[in-house]
Write a protein that binds this ligand. Structure first.
Ligand code: ATP
Ligand code: MG
Length: 530
């Protein structure tokens, strides 16, 4: 068997099978309902974006961008690549003593220019500065070369022609579309991109959006950590950064977890300051780290330069004592950030939401500022963060949107959420719509062609009434058919044979205890419902 299975899912990527998928659906459905009551609407986003979007927003120094992204070149421009290679090929006509071929070179270059301009007009993102410069120089050169071509196709000043051609060849050789695409490692960047692209800032009040779907990061696979994983996230974008927004977003999250009966969650919060106070704190940290550089691990040593805040996140045993003695961000916030943080906590108190302050909570993405939070859940081992989030007031501006726009959001790791629910083995994992996964309500056994016709009609009416019906596609012997009903764990077998047809009734057998009775259709409906 095993050696026949030629294909396997890629490492770190998995199938979500029934009945587990029912739990996923009900979890996502609950999120839709809860988020809806807070006035959030769904945004469906593309799975891939320009690499630059993530590089800029998530941050070059983050693990995500520096080593975990799935990036590929868009091969959608083969026509241009073809025209470029073709033009370079015609370079051979430029050899001395071959003046009648030179025109072909120019024609090929013009074809290349046409292809590039066509691509530019179809997709502005291709118009990088380097590409525009190259195109301009090529066009300037060709405009001076064409007058050198006589009506009969010869070239009058071969040397001049050739020196222009050399510049073109050089440009052609280095020309390439830097059209790198990346499978999204997270979705906040896409939400912000969409917000700007569609001018959503003109909408009244805050823009409140949620999304759900797969994300991709090339991490080391382990329990609760996959290369394709899923997130349910939400974002609030608008001109206000009122702490009440932060608290309400967190309240929405906790409401969802409560609705899902996810027990034992812990909310950690922190403020990591803003562009006024954080730089000074980061420098303070850096100076402290320099003093103990030799005692730190390789990762932390590297982060002293690239991102000292991230050292606080370290899980290394021997670094803990060092980190505990460091200056804390809470004591280094500017007045505005301090007041904002205090009010976030008061707003959480107003909502009866319990939290732990964790001064070491920094997030793995660069765009966060001020409020950050993370929620842990039981049963997940060391990958116990089920949700991360925070405020990102500068991100919209960084990506080219209106400067005054503020933002806050979170992302729940759906895989971990489901895992935690399963580990708990109760709550939504056991009951709820997922419970339907048990087996069909009705196994509709039919015997004979006339019975099949009747069964098809009955199956339709039962399904319209909301029952889960299994209708065998081919006729089976009585024993075999009822045996299958058992194995499918059907609740009832409804039997339609010649006798039943003649009497205008069906036989219903309750499979749990074998209790059997004969009913007409209205009675059957009532019986099944009861
Ligand atoms: P972690 O510290 O666990 O790596 P993170 O800081 O990288 O998390 P975020 O980028 O904030 O996480 O994403 C939010 C949530 O998405 C996390 O709290 C986690 O539940 C989930 N998540 C992140 N990466 C993965 C992954 N590779 N597999 C499964 N879930 C993930
Ligand atoms: Mg991570």
């Amino acid at each position: 068997m095993a050696d026949k299975a030629k294909f396997q899912a890629i490492k770190g990527v998995r199938d979500i099978l029934p009945p587990e998928s029912a739990l996923w659906n009900s979890g996502e459905q609950t999120a839709r309902e809860v988020f809806g009551t807070f006035g959030f609407a769904e945004i469906r986003l593309p799975i891939f974006e320009q690499t630059e979007l993530f590089a800029r927003s998530v941050g070059l120094d983050t693990d995500i961008v520096s080593k975990e992204m799935y990036t590929f070149e868009d091969h959608g421009h083969r026509d241009i690549e073809f025209a470029r290679k073709f033009a370079l090929n015609t370079e051979r006509y430029l050899k001395p003593g071959y003046p009648f071929g030179m025109e072909r070179f120019l024609q090929a270059v013009d074809a290349f220019v046409d292809a590039v301009e066509g691509a530019f007009s179809g997709d502005k993102s291709l118009e990088s500065r380097a590409n525009k410069e190259a195109l301009l120089e090529i066009k300037q050169a060709t405009s001076q070369m064409w007058p050198l071509v006589t009506p009969d196709g010869a070239v009058t000043n071969e040397d001049a022609f050739r020196s222009f051609a050399i510049r073109i060849v050089f440009r052609l050789q280095s020309f390439h579309f830097e059209n790198l695409l990346t499978l999204r490692p997270e979705a906040t960047a896409s939400v912000v991109r969409a917000y700007i692209e569609h001018g959503m800032q003109v909408q009244p009040g805050n823009v409140k959006l949620y999304y759900m779907g797969p994300m991709f990061r090339r991490e080391r696979p382990q329990k609760g950590r996959y290369r394709q994983f899923y997130q349910i996230g939400a974002e609030v974008l608008g001109t206000s950064d009122a702490p009440g927004i932060d608290a309400e977003v967190i309240e929405m999250l906790m409401t969802l977890f409560e609705r899902l009966k996810l027990k034992g969650t812990i909310l950690n919060i922190n403020s990591i300051g803003d562009k006024n106070c954080r730089p000074a704190y980061v420098e303070k940290l850096r100076a402290e780290f320099e003093k103990v550089r030799e005692q730190l691990g390789a990762d932390s040593q590297r982060r002293i330069e690239t991102n000292p805040l991230r050292v606080l996140d370290s899980k290394l045993e021997h670094e803990q004592a060092i980190i505990e003695k460091l200056p804390r961000i809470g004591e280094n916030l500017c007045d505005d950030c301090r007041a904002h943080y205090a009010e976030v906590k008061r707003q959480l108190d107003l909502r009866g939401i319990r939290y732990q302050e964790n001064w070491r909570l920094v997030r793995g993405l660069d765009y966060y500022m001020r409020t950050t939070f993370e929620i842990t859940a039981p049963g997940l081992g060391s990958q116990n963060a089920v949700c991360g989030g925070g405020r990102y007031d500068g991100l919209v501006e960084l990506l080219g949107g209106p400067a005054a726009t503020k933002g806050i959001g979170f992302a729940i790791g759906t895989d971990r959420l489901i895992l935690s629910l399963q580990e708990a083995g109760e709550g939504a994992a056991a009951g709820g719509p997922a419970g339907k996964a048990g087996g069909p309500d009705v196994y509709l056994a039919w015997f004979g062609a006339a019975a099949q016709t009747a069964a098809i009609g009955l199956a339709k009416r039962l399904r319209d009434a909301g029952f889960v019906v299994e209708l065998p596609a081919v006729e089976m012997k009585f024993g075999k058919s009822l045996g299958l009903a058992d194995r499918l764990r059907a609740r009832h077998a409804v039997i339609v044979g010649d006798d039943e047809l003649a009497a205008g009734i069906v036989t219903v057998k309750r499979l749990s205890d074998g209790a059997q009775q004969k009913l007409a259709e209205p009675g059957l409906m009532l019986y099944l419902r009861a």
